[in-house]
Design a protein around this ligand. Structure first.
Ligand code: NDP
Ligand code: OXD
Length: 322
Protein backbone atom coordinates (compact mmCIF):
# COMPACT_ATOMS: atom_id res chain seq x y z
CA UNK A 1 0.00 0.00 0.00
CA UNK A 2 1.29 3.45 -0.93
CA UNK A 3 1.55 6.23 1.72
CA UNK A 4 -1.84 7.69 2.69
CA UNK A 5 -2.88 11.31 2.37
CA UNK A 6 -5.16 13.65 4.28
CA UNK A 7 -7.53 16.18 2.75
CA UNK A 8 -7.82 19.00 5.32
CA UNK A 9 -10.20 21.76 4.26
CA UNK A 10 -11.94 24.35 6.40
CA UNK A 11 -15.16 25.79 4.99
CA UNK A 12 -14.94 23.64 1.88
CA UNK A 13 -16.19 20.12 1.24
CA UNK A 14 -13.15 17.79 1.53
CA UNK A 15 -15.07 14.97 -0.15
CA UNK A 16 -15.04 16.73 -3.53
CA UNK A 17 -11.22 16.66 -3.45
CA UNK A 18 -11.06 13.14 -2.01
CA UNK A 19 -13.32 11.80 -4.77
CA UNK A 20 -11.16 13.33 -7.50
CA UNK A 21 -7.90 12.12 -5.94
CA UNK A 22 -9.27 8.66 -5.24
CA UNK A 23 -9.87 7.99 -8.93
CA UNK A 24 -6.29 9.04 -9.74
CA UNK A 25 -4.55 7.33 -6.81
CA UNK A 26 -6.79 4.31 -6.17
CA UNK A 27 -4.15 2.36 -4.24
CA UNK A 28 -3.96 4.61 -1.17
CA UNK A 29 -5.95 5.47 1.88
CA UNK A 30 -7.41 8.95 1.66
CA UNK A 31 -8.44 10.45 4.98
CA UNK A 32 -10.61 13.55 5.28
CA UNK A 33 -11.23 16.17 7.93
CA UNK A 34 -14.70 17.55 8.51
CA UNK A 35 -15.67 20.87 6.92
CA UNK A 36 -14.24 22.43 10.08
CA UNK A 37 -10.76 21.31 8.99
CA UNK A 38 -10.48 19.04 12.05
CA UNK A 39 -9.89 15.29 11.92
CA UNK A 40 -12.38 13.51 14.11
CA UNK A 41 -10.67 10.06 14.22
CA UNK A 42 -7.89 8.77 16.49
CA UNK A 43 -4.37 10.27 16.61
CA UNK A 44 -2.70 7.14 15.23
CA UNK A 45 -4.57 7.65 11.90
CA UNK A 46 -2.80 10.96 11.44
CA UNK A 47 0.66 9.48 12.01
CA UNK A 48 0.44 7.77 8.62
CA UNK A 49 -0.22 10.42 5.91
CA UNK A 50 2.82 11.62 4.01
CA UNK A 51 0.80 14.32 2.26
CA UNK A 52 -1.82 16.86 3.25
CA UNK A 53 -4.02 18.58 0.66
CA UNK A 54 -4.87 21.73 2.55
CA UNK A 55 -7.19 24.71 2.46
CA UNK A 56 -7.10 26.89 5.59
CA UNK A 57 -5.92 23.92 7.69
CA UNK A 58 -6.27 24.48 11.45
CA UNK A 59 -3.03 24.41 13.43
CA UNK A 60 -4.42 21.57 15.53
CA UNK A 61 -4.77 19.33 12.46
CA UNK A 62 -1.28 20.14 11.17
CA UNK A 63 0.24 19.47 14.60
CA UNK A 64 -1.18 15.92 14.55
CA UNK A 65 0.45 14.99 11.20
CA UNK A 66 3.64 13.46 12.57
CA UNK A 67 4.70 11.67 9.35
CA UNK A 68 4.15 14.58 6.96
CA UNK A 69 6.45 14.96 3.94
CA UNK A 70 4.71 17.53 1.68
CA UNK A 71 1.95 20.15 2.05
CA UNK A 72 -0.13 20.76 -1.08
CA UNK A 73 -2.12 24.00 -1.09
CA UNK A 74 -5.49 23.50 -2.77
CA UNK A 75 -5.24 27.03 -4.15
CA UNK A 76 -2.70 29.21 -5.89
CA UNK A 77 -2.37 31.25 -2.70
CA UNK A 78 -0.55 29.89 0.35
CA UNK A 79 -1.20 32.62 2.92
CA UNK A 80 -3.65 30.23 4.62
CA UNK A 81 -0.69 27.89 5.24
CA UNK A 82 2.22 30.30 5.72
CA UNK A 83 0.27 32.13 8.44
CA UNK A 84 0.29 29.05 10.71
CA UNK A 85 2.24 29.59 13.92
CA UNK A 86 3.95 26.21 13.73
CA UNK A 87 4.68 25.35 10.14
CA UNK A 88 6.01 21.80 9.63
CA UNK A 89 9.49 21.82 8.11
CA UNK A 90 8.43 20.17 4.83
CA UNK A 91 8.05 21.50 1.26
CA UNK A 92 4.92 23.53 0.48
CA UNK A 93 3.57 23.25 -3.04
CA UNK A 94 0.94 25.49 -4.60
CA UNK A 95 -1.37 25.21 -7.59
CA UNK A 96 -0.15 26.65 -10.87
CA UNK A 97 -2.52 25.54 -13.55
CA UNK A 98 -3.90 26.76 -16.86
CA UNK A 99 -7.49 26.25 -15.65
CA UNK A 100 -7.19 28.58 -12.67
CA UNK A 101 -4.99 31.08 -14.53
CA UNK A 102 -7.51 31.20 -17.40
CA UNK A 103 -10.38 31.83 -14.98
CA UNK A 104 -8.47 34.70 -13.38
CA UNK A 105 -7.77 36.31 -16.75
CA UNK A 106 -11.51 36.12 -17.54
CA UNK A 107 -12.28 37.93 -14.29
CA UNK A 108 -9.70 40.66 -14.78
CA UNK A 109 -10.70 41.32 -18.40
CA UNK A 110 -14.39 41.36 -17.39
CA UNK A 111 -13.87 43.92 -14.63
CA UNK A 112 -11.40 46.12 -16.54
CA UNK A 113 -13.86 46.31 -19.45
CA UNK A 114 -16.73 47.00 -17.05
CA UNK A 115 -14.94 50.10 -15.75
CA UNK A 116 -13.61 51.14 -19.17
CA UNK A 117 -17.23 51.13 -20.38
CA UNK A 118 -18.29 53.19 -17.32
CA UNK A 119 -20.31 50.28 -15.93
CA UNK A 120 -21.15 51.82 -12.52
CA UNK A 121 -22.39 55.12 -14.06
CA UNK A 122 -24.44 53.23 -16.65
CA UNK A 123 -26.09 51.16 -13.94
CA UNK A 124 -27.07 54.31 -12.02
CA UNK A 125 -28.37 55.92 -15.18
CA UNK A 126 -30.49 52.89 -16.04
CA UNK A 127 -31.95 52.80 -12.53
CA UNK A 128 -33.02 56.43 -13.04
CA UNK A 129 -34.44 55.66 -16.53
CA UNK A 130 -31.94 58.16 -17.94
CA UNK A 131 -30.22 57.79 -21.34
CA UNK A 132 -26.45 57.83 -20.73
CA UNK A 133 -24.79 59.77 -23.49
CA UNK A 134 -21.08 59.83 -22.56
CA UNK A 135 -19.11 57.56 -24.86
CA UNK A 136 -16.44 55.47 -23.16
CA UNK A 137 -12.74 55.95 -23.92
CA UNK A 138 -10.90 53.43 -26.09
CA UNK A 139 -8.71 50.80 -24.44
CA UNK A 140 -5.63 52.35 -26.01
CA UNK A 141 -6.21 55.56 -23.98
CA UNK A 142 -6.10 53.69 -20.66
CA UNK A 143 -3.16 52.29 -18.67
CA UNK A 144 -3.79 49.21 -16.54
CA UNK A 145 -1.18 48.73 -13.81
CA UNK A 146 -0.86 45.21 -12.44
CA UNK A 147 0.33 44.98 -8.82
CA UNK A 148 1.89 41.52 -8.51
CA UNK A 149 2.99 40.44 -11.94
CA UNK A 150 3.31 36.71 -11.30
CA UNK A 151 1.62 33.79 -13.05
CA UNK A 152 -1.87 35.37 -12.84
CA UNK A 153 -0.77 38.96 -13.38
CA UNK A 154 1.29 38.18 -16.46
CA UNK A 155 -1.51 36.11 -18.04
CA UNK A 156 -4.16 38.78 -17.42
CA UNK A 157 -1.84 41.49 -18.76
CA UNK A 158 -1.31 39.51 -21.92
CA UNK A 159 -5.08 39.40 -22.60
CA UNK A 160 -5.47 43.11 -21.84
CA UNK A 161 -2.59 44.02 -24.12
CA UNK A 162 -4.30 42.22 -26.98
CA UNK A 163 -7.38 44.37 -26.36
CA UNK A 164 -5.22 47.46 -26.84
CA UNK A 165 -4.68 48.63 -23.24
CA UNK A 166 -1.36 50.14 -22.18
CA UNK A 167 0.14 47.94 -19.46
CA UNK A 168 2.51 48.34 -16.55
CA UNK A 169 3.50 45.92 -13.82
CA UNK A 170 4.92 45.98 -10.31
CA UNK A 171 6.92 43.15 -8.76
CA UNK A 172 9.18 42.56 -5.76
CA UNK A 173 12.19 41.70 -7.90
CA UNK A 174 13.05 43.71 -11.05
CA UNK A 175 12.37 42.22 -14.47
CA UNK A 176 11.85 43.17 -18.11
CA UNK A 177 8.71 42.23 -20.01
CA UNK A 178 8.38 43.13 -23.69
CA UNK A 179 5.83 45.89 -24.29
CA UNK A 180 5.14 46.47 -20.59
CA UNK A 181 6.53 49.20 -18.34
CA UNK A 182 7.87 47.28 -15.36
CA UNK A 183 8.55 48.69 -11.88
CA UNK A 184 9.86 46.94 -8.78
CA UNK A 185 10.00 47.30 -5.02
CA UNK A 186 9.24 50.26 -2.80
CA UNK A 187 11.45 52.53 -4.94
CA UNK A 188 9.43 51.84 -8.07
CA UNK A 189 5.96 52.03 -6.56
CA UNK A 190 5.19 55.77 -6.79
CA UNK A 191 6.19 56.04 -10.46
CA UNK A 192 4.12 52.95 -11.24
CA UNK A 193 1.05 54.42 -9.50
CA UNK A 194 1.44 57.85 -11.11
CA UNK A 195 0.95 56.32 -14.56
CA UNK A 196 -1.94 53.97 -13.66
CA UNK A 197 -5.63 54.55 -14.54
CA UNK A 198 -6.89 51.10 -13.55
CA UNK A 199 -4.98 49.36 -10.75
CA UNK A 200 -5.38 45.57 -10.71
CA UNK A 201 -4.00 43.79 -7.66
CA UNK A 202 -3.04 40.14 -7.95
CA UNK A 203 -0.67 40.21 -5.01
CA UNK A 204 -0.31 37.35 -2.56
CA UNK A 205 -0.97 38.17 1.09
CA UNK A 206 2.37 38.28 2.90
CA UNK A 207 3.74 40.28 5.82
CA UNK A 208 5.04 42.80 3.23
CA UNK A 209 1.80 43.19 1.26
CA UNK A 210 -0.66 43.26 4.17
CA UNK A 211 -2.45 46.61 4.15
CA UNK A 212 -0.36 47.90 1.25
CA UNK A 213 -3.29 49.42 -0.65
CA UNK A 214 -4.39 52.15 1.72
CA UNK A 215 -5.64 55.69 1.33
CA UNK A 216 -2.16 57.12 0.78
CA UNK A 217 -1.43 54.65 -2.01
CA UNK A 218 -4.78 55.20 -3.75
CA UNK A 219 -4.20 58.97 -3.69
CA UNK A 220 -1.03 58.46 -5.77
CA UNK A 221 -2.88 56.96 -8.76
CA UNK A 222 -3.14 58.96 -11.99
CA UNK A 223 -5.95 61.50 -11.71
CA UNK A 224 -6.12 63.03 -15.19
CA UNK A 225 -6.97 59.90 -17.21
CA UNK A 226 -10.09 59.45 -19.33
CA UNK A 227 -12.16 57.65 -16.66
CA UNK A 228 -13.05 60.54 -14.32
CA UNK A 229 -10.61 59.15 -11.79
CA UNK A 230 -8.74 55.94 -11.09
CA UNK A 231 -10.21 52.47 -10.57
CA UNK A 232 -9.07 49.68 -8.23
CA UNK A 233 -9.65 45.96 -8.82
CA UNK A 234 -8.48 43.35 -6.29
CA UNK A 235 -8.67 39.61 -6.95
CA UNK A 236 -5.51 38.74 -5.01
CA UNK A 237 -6.24 38.75 -1.27
CA UNK A 238 -8.47 40.90 0.91
CA UNK A 239 -5.86 41.68 3.53
CA UNK A 240 -3.72 43.53 0.98
CA UNK A 241 -6.11 46.49 0.93
CA UNK A 242 -7.56 48.50 3.83
CA UNK A 243 -11.33 48.21 3.50
CA UNK A 244 -12.20 51.39 5.42
CA UNK A 245 -9.76 53.42 3.28
CA UNK A 246 -11.22 51.96 0.12
CA UNK A 247 -14.79 52.81 1.17
CA UNK A 248 -13.68 56.37 1.86
CA UNK A 249 -11.86 56.65 -1.46
CA UNK A 250 -14.95 55.42 -3.32
CA UNK A 251 -17.12 57.94 -1.50
CA UNK A 252 -14.96 61.05 -1.77
CA UNK A 253 -13.97 60.63 -5.44
CA UNK A 254 -10.37 59.49 -4.89
CA UNK A 255 -11.51 56.43 -6.85
CA UNK A 256 -14.20 56.49 -9.50
CA UNK A 257 -14.94 52.79 -9.16
CA UNK A 258 -13.67 49.47 -7.84
CA UNK A 259 -14.21 45.72 -8.03
CA UNK A 260 -13.39 43.40 -5.16
CA UNK A 261 -13.36 39.62 -5.22
CA UNK A 262 -11.49 39.25 -1.94
CA UNK A 263 -12.12 40.60 1.55
CA UNK A 264 -10.56 40.73 4.99
CA UNK A 265 -13.44 38.56 6.29
CA UNK A 266 -15.14 36.12 3.93
CA UNK A 267 -18.04 35.84 3.38
CA UNK A 268 -18.24 39.65 3.57
CA UNK A 269 -20.37 40.39 6.67
CA UNK A 270 -23.87 41.63 5.82
CA UNK A 271 -23.31 44.84 7.80
CA UNK A 272 -20.20 45.86 5.83
CA UNK A 273 -20.57 49.38 4.40
CA UNK A 274 -19.00 48.09 1.18
CA UNK A 275 -22.32 46.50 0.11
CA UNK A 276 -23.98 49.89 -0.28
CA UNK A 277 -21.40 51.56 -2.53
CA UNK A 278 -22.91 51.81 -6.00
CA UNK A 279 -19.52 52.32 -7.68
CA UNK A 280 -18.19 49.04 -6.24
CA UNK A 281 -18.62 45.60 -7.83
CA UNK A 282 -18.55 42.79 -5.24
CA UNK A 283 -17.92 39.19 -6.27
CA UNK A 284 -17.72 36.31 -3.76
CA UNK A 285 -14.07 35.18 -4.05
CA UNK A 286 -14.83 33.24 -7.18
CA UNK A 287 -12.53 34.99 -9.66
CA UNK A 288 -10.60 31.77 -10.15
CA UNK A 289 -12.02 28.89 -8.15
CA UNK A 290 -9.96 25.74 -7.69
CA UNK A 291 -11.93 23.04 -9.45
CA UNK A 292 -11.11 19.60 -7.95
CA UNK A 293 -11.46 17.51 -11.14
CA UNK A 294 -9.32 19.99 -13.08
CA UNK A 295 -6.58 20.30 -10.46
CA UNK A 296 -6.41 16.92 -8.71
CA UNK A 297 -4.48 15.46 -11.63
CA UNK A 298 -1.53 17.77 -11.09
CA UNK A 299 -1.41 16.98 -7.38
CA UNK A 300 -1.57 13.22 -8.05
CA UNK A 301 1.22 13.54 -10.64
CA UNK A 302 3.36 15.51 -8.21
CA UNK A 303 2.91 12.85 -5.51
CA UNK A 304 3.93 10.09 -7.90
CA UNK A 305 6.92 12.08 -9.20
CA UNK A 306 8.01 12.85 -5.61
CA UNK A 307 7.93 9.15 -4.77
CA UNK A 308 10.11 8.45 -7.82
CA UNK A 309 12.63 10.90 -6.33
CA UNK A 310 11.91 13.74 -8.76
CA UNK A 311 11.84 17.36 -7.56
CA UNK A 312 8.51 18.97 -6.66
CA UNK A 313 7.28 21.79 -8.92
CA UNK A 314 5.67 25.07 -7.80
CA UNK A 315 7.28 25.12 -4.37
CA UNK A 316 6.82 28.25 -2.31
CA UNK A 317 9.21 29.93 0.04
CA UNK A 318 7.53 30.06 3.46
CA UNK A 319 9.86 32.87 4.61
CA UNK A 320 8.82 35.07 1.66
CA UNK A 321 5.20 33.97 2.13
CA UNK A 322 4.42 33.14 -1.52
P1 NDP B 1 2.76 34.41 -8.07
O1 NDP B 1 3.52 33.94 -6.88
O2 NDP B 1 3.05 33.80 -9.39
O3 NDP B 1 2.94 35.98 -8.24
C1 NDP B 1 2.98 36.87 -7.17
C2 NDP B 1 3.47 38.21 -7.68
O4 NDP B 1 3.38 39.16 -6.62
C3 NDP B 1 4.92 38.19 -8.17
O5 NDP B 1 5.06 38.99 -9.31
C4 NDP B 1 5.66 38.82 -6.99
O6 NDP B 1 6.87 39.48 -7.32
C5 NDP B 1 4.64 39.82 -6.52
N1 NDP B 1 4.90 40.22 -5.15
C6 NDP B 1 4.86 39.45 -4.02
N2 NDP B 1 5.23 40.17 -2.96
C7 NDP B 1 5.50 41.41 -3.41
C8 NDP B 1 5.94 42.61 -2.79
N3 NDP B 1 6.19 42.66 -1.48
N4 NDP B 1 6.15 43.68 -3.57
C9 NDP B 1 5.93 43.64 -4.90
N5 NDP B 1 5.50 42.53 -5.56
C10 NDP B 1 5.30 41.44 -4.80
O7 NDP B 1 1.22 34.25 -7.70
P2 NDP B 1 -0.02 34.05 -8.67
O8 NDP B 1 0.05 35.08 -9.73
O9 NDP B 1 -0.15 32.64 -9.07
O10 NDP B 1 -1.23 34.35 -7.66
C11 NDP B 1 -1.32 35.60 -7.02
C12 NDP B 1 -2.37 35.56 -5.93
O11 NDP B 1 -3.68 35.50 -6.48
C13 NDP B 1 -2.32 34.33 -5.01
O12 NDP B 1 -1.31 34.45 -4.04
C14 NDP B 1 -3.71 34.35 -4.40
O13 NDP B 1 -3.68 35.12 -3.21
C15 NDP B 1 -4.56 35.07 -5.44
N6 NDP B 1 -5.57 34.20 -6.02
C16 NDP B 1 -6.89 34.59 -5.93
C17 NDP B 1 -7.88 33.82 -6.48
C18 NDP B 1 -9.29 34.26 -6.48
O14 NDP B 1 -10.17 33.48 -6.83
N7 NDP B 1 -9.57 35.50 -6.12
C19 NDP B 1 -7.56 32.55 -7.15
C20 NDP B 1 -6.15 32.26 -7.22
C21 NDP B 1 -5.20 33.06 -6.66
P3 NDP B 1 8.11 38.68 -7.93
O15 NDP B 1 7.69 38.40 -9.36
O16 NDP B 1 9.23 39.64 -7.86
O17 NDP B 1 8.28 37.45 -7.12
C1 OXD C 1 -6.48 30.54 -4.46
C2 OXD C 1 -7.80 31.07 -4.24
O1 OXD C 1 -5.56 30.95 -3.78
O2 OXD C 1 -8.79 30.43 -4.67
O3 OXD C 1 -6.33 29.69 -5.35
O4 OXD C 1 -7.97 32.15 -3.70
Amino acid sequence: MKPPLLVATKGWDPESWAASIRTLLPDRTILCTGRDGLYHGPDHDLATPHYVLAWKPPQETMDRLSGLKVIFSLGAGVDHICALTRLPDVPIVRIVDADITGRMSEYVVWQVLHHLRRGPALRKSQAAHRWFDRPPPAAREVTVGVLGFGVMGAAAADHLMRLGFKLSGWTRTPRDVAGIAMFAGADGLDAFLAGTDILVSLLPLTPETRGLVDRALLAKLKRDGPLDGPVFINAGRGGTHVEADLAEALTDGTLTGASLDVFETEPLPSDSPLWDLDNLVITPHDAAVSDPPALAKQIAEQIEAFERGEPLKNRVDPKRGY
